[in-house]
Write a protein that binds this ligand. Structure first.
Ligand SMILES: Nc1ncnc2c1ncn2[C@@H]1O[C@H](COP(=O)(O)OP(=O)(O)OP(=O)(O)O)[C@@H](O)[C@H]1O
Ligand SMILES: [Mg+2]
Length: 849
């Protein structure tokens, strides 16, 4: 057996732990055993110097989950035949599981995809392919820079990434950012080989139909993923029926920093409540597939006016027809996780309950389609309310998304019917122990069951006969898995036992006997049971096979339902929180009336959220400089504007009374002090490299949120940097900018930069206290109220009083910010110096003339 173990282990990828089935256990040996014992907290034993540790077969799932979570690959080696004494059992590795490819419900989160990604570099471009085996989603893209690559990977958050093992620079780039990165054989990433892998998998002669023409980096990554799954991990990938190419330029770019700062998918603080993220605040989807699609849409908003309006049209139709919205969402509940159900069924891990779940979903389709039909009717009857004056009439409704998605739903009543006829109402989880298939579905199965039932009746009669014949009233015929059927007689009655009974076992309370007659019947019953169970399994597989003939159609249906779930959720949010439909064009205007922060407005309990406006158009007003006391609401306002712009690009309505939100190409953020100690960078270094990224990559069409630039260094360095950054953004970059700062000196800039305007957050002073009004108003401010806020926070009174004295001294210009005694009146002089500063030598691109 050890020879067999060594052979099997030798054929495995080196980084896979081998779980070797031995009777009721999976055993690990040698190094694997040491890892297994440590990760799973199991006892490490030794037999003939060989370290080993075992996990019980019936509890294997939980242990395998632990190994996967710790980042290991796990090869499952099963016994392929029943054990016979003196004979080596045939064993085979049936599958290799890995963090990015498993189906373990304990580890999967319903609301997020579990991605495996492949990344490679080819002709100076990065190719990325991502697969979620549990939903059969398979997509690929190409990116041209490292920062685009890391941003896309951050967005996707793959559980596992494979890269060519020779690609050292790629590995250096990705290792600090992702936990599980594996080097895989280089040649499978090569476009020349990969193209064959992909063509063979989809059984097509050319990849042009998938939009992969000339995309060698994307093809390389896609081929590598397929090779890794099917050859390296020996996994079934037949359910990956299609692949799509997407272009990140079709989407609003959100780099990794912005996704994190705006808390689009994950909260900045790990223990923050779900509602603190944009996804959490928006997620009112009714199915897990919808929740996953929402993550996708929020982290990849559209960059095309027409595509955005197509989504908005669906949302608007629902908002105007609340009863239809409610009906649709109610029916949707029963669809559940159709994507994952289908994937389980097609990879062989599905059971009879999955078939029933599929049937339930199919039964809901007519009602769902009916709601969509009614919605289309009202939509086409209604006057076209969103028709803009300069738009040709035929553009509206000519290719409505609602029509497209409705058309994608196929009802398949025959499949629902087949499952309904075949599978019992409440089937067991196990597939090989019978009890799955309904009576009347298959004649031979019915006959076997008849025989089983007849046999059991016969045994009941035999018991009655024997009681009468022997006069032992307590005689029982029982069954257990060791002896089969036997006759049990209590001690008191042993003298009445007839001679032909053969004793089998003595128990405390009596004895157990068998008779040849009983054993004959037992053989018949057990034979029939075994054959019936085997037949049921075959029938289950047949039904599954028949259902899976429709797999691509079912997947398309699931895809449409996932999208509709999100669109209906957008409508539900709009209804619940009075969101408005933003007007979206491509002219650079940003004009929001009474905007609210989508997350904060839902979580605030003590205060009411105070709405605020914003207006920026790039030509007359480009930069809003926001000053104001600590705690006033500057950061909230900045994020709110960015979040509303982001939401508008997803097709969602926005929390405002009225909004015009034109396309932006990227949203950049520089917010707060986010230390990145893991990457060995100081607070200030992180701040400046984020700023550098913005200054180097922003365009006129970008939106930039800057929250307190320069805070991480000395006041004068920080102020000088902030000053010149604002000038550069105004004169060279031209992007729309919201800039919050405590450097009140910066308000001077309004006098020199025509497209910059000052704002502050209103507060009212009252008896040495401050009242936050949360209202953004025009004009600068020169007070920070930091000491009042410190008092609110509970800083001891003695410290507060001393701080006030120091502040007064500072304001009288006796102390420098470092605490030294300052020349009288130097403060005023500094202000005057700033005012006297030469205009920026750089040409103002937008200045007339
Ligand atoms: N518009 C609003 N309506 C109601 N509450 C608000 C509003 N804006 C902000 N707040 C509340 O005020 C708190 C502080 O806001 P925020 O962090 O934006 O202040 P800040 O001006 O950036 O302060 P600091 O200068 O210290 O960074 C928020 O946590 C929120 O609870
Ligand atoms: Mg702030």
């Amino acid at each position: 057996m050890m020879a067999q173990y060594r052979r099997i282990k030798g054929e495995l990828p080196r980084d896979a732990l081998l779980l070797f089935r031995l009777g009721d256990f999976y055993e690990m040996f040698f190094e694997d055993a040491k890892v297994g014992a440590e990760v799973c907290h199991l006892a490490l034993t030794r037999r003939q110097q060989v370290p080993m540790c075992g996990i019980p077969y019936h509890a294997a799932g939980g242990y395998i989950a632990r190994l996967l979570r710790a980042g290991y690959k796990v090869a499952i080696c099963d016994q392929m035949e029943d054990a016979r004494p003196g004979h080596l059992v045939k064993r085979e590795v049936t599958q290799i599981l890995s963090p990015g490819t498993h189906f373990d419900e304990r580890l999967l989160q319903a609301e997020r995809n579990n991605y495996l990604a492949a990344v490679c570099q080819c002709d100076g471009r990065f190719g990325v392919a991502v697969v979620d085996l549990t939903t059969a989603s398979f997509r690929t893209t190409e990116l041209s820079t490292e920062s685009e690559l890391t941003a896309e990977l951050e967005r996707l958050g793959p559980a596992e990434i494979i890269v060519p093992s020779e690609a050292a620079s790629l590995q250096t780039l990705l290792r600090p950012l992702h936990r599980f990165i594996t080097g895989h054989e280089d040649w499978v990433f090569a476009p020349e080989t990969a193209v064959h892998t992909v063509r063979d998998h989809f059984k097509v002669a050319t990849l042009d139909g998938f939009g992969l023409r000339g995309r060698s980096a994307a093809v390389g990554a896609a081929g590598a993923v397929l090779h890794y799954l099917s050859q390296h991990l020996r996994r079934d990938v037949a359910h990956l029926t299609t692949i799509s190419y997407y272009q990140t330029s079709a989407f609003l770019m959100l780099d990794a920093t912005t996704l994190r700062h705006l808390e689009v998918l994950e909260p900045l603080h790990r223990d923050a409540p779900k509602a603190a993220t944009l996804h959490g605040a928006c997620n009112r989807t009714r199915t897990p597939m919808g929740a996953r699609r929402l993550r996708d849409w929020l982290s990849q908003p559209l960059a095309d006016v027409h595509a955005i309006r197509r989504r908005q049209d669906v949302v608007a139709a629902w908002v105007q027809n609340a009863p239809l919205l409610e009906q649709f969402r109610e029916q949707l509940e029963d669809i559940r996780d159709l994507e994952r159900t289908l994937s389980r069924l097609s990879t062989g891990s599905g059971n009879a309950r999955d078939l029933l779940a599929l049937r339930l979903a199919l039964l809901r389709l007519p009602a769902l389609s009916d709601v969509l039909r009614q919605l289309r009717d009202v939509q086409s009857c209604a006057a076209e309310p969103m028709l803009l004056p300069d738009e040709p009439a035929e553009q509206v409704g000519s290719d409505s998304l609602l029509d497209e998605l409705s058309g994608q739903i196929t009802e398949l009543p025959e499949v629902a019917d087949l499952i309904g006829r075949a599978i019992v109402e409440d089937p067991p989880l196990a597939l090989k122990e019978g009890g799955l298939i309904r009576d009347g579905f298959h004649a031979q199965l019915d006959e076997l069951r008849q025989a089983m039932r007849g046999g059991k009746d016969w045994i009941a009669q035999l018991q009655q006969r024997e009681i009468e014949r022997t006069g032992i009233a307590s005689l029982k015929i029982r069954f257990n898995s060791v002896f089969g059927y036997y006759i049990e007689v209590t001690k008191a009655n042993l003298d009445k036992v007839p001679p032909e009974y053969q004793r089998k076992q003595t128990i405390a309370n009596g004895e157990r006997f068998i008779t040849p007659e009983l054993k004959q019947m037992e053989a018949k019953i057990l034979g029939a049971e075994e054959r019936a169970a085997r037949l049921e399994y075959e029938l289950f597989q047949e039904v599954r096979g028949e259902v899976l003939r429709h797999l691509p159609i079912l997947q398309r249906t699931a895809d449409a339902l996932a999208q509709l779930d999100v669109l209906a959720t957008f409508a539900e949010n709009a209804r619940l929180f009075q969101y408005c439909r933003p007007e979206v064009r491509d002219e650079g205007v940003l004009n929001i009336r009474d905007g609210r922060h989508p997350m904060l407005e839902q979580t605030l309990v003590e205060e009411r959220f105070v709405p605020n406006d914003v207006f920026l158009d790039g030509t007359t007003r480009q930069i809003a400089l926001i000053t104001g006391p600590n705690m006033a609401g500057k950061s909230t306002y900045l994020r709110q504007v960015a979040l509303l712009v982001l939401l508008a690009h997803t097709g969602s309505f926005v929390p405002a009374t009225e909004a015009r939100i034109d396309l932006v190409d990227r949203i950049f953020t520089r917010i707060g002090a986010s230390d990145d100690l893991a990457r060995g960078q100081s607070t200030f270094m992180v701040e400046m490299s984020e700023t550098a990224n913005i200054l180097n990559n922003a365009t006129r069409r970008s939106l930039i949120i800057l929250d307190e630039i320069g805070r991480g260094t000395s006041t004068f360095d920080g102020l000088s940097l902030a000053w010149s950054i604002v000038e550069h953004l105004h004169n060279v970059v031209g992007a729309k900018v919201l800039f919050a700062t405590h450097y009140h000196e910066l308000t001077e800039l309004a006098a020199r930069l025509p497209r910059l305007a000052n704002f502050n957050v209103a507060v009212r002073e009252w008896q040495d206290k401050i009242l936050f009004l949360r209202k953004i108003v025009e004009g600068g401010t020169d007070k920070s109220y930091g000491i009042q806020v410190a008092r609110l926070a509970g800083v001891p009174k003695a410290v507060i009083d001393r701080a006030k004295v120091i502040l007064r001294n500072l304001e009288e210009s006796e102390l420098t910010p470092e605490g030294n005694v300052r020349q009288p009146a130097r403060h005023r002089a500094e202000r005057e110096k700033l005012q006297a500063l030469e205009p920026n030598p750089q040409l103002d691109l937008f200045a007339s003339g």
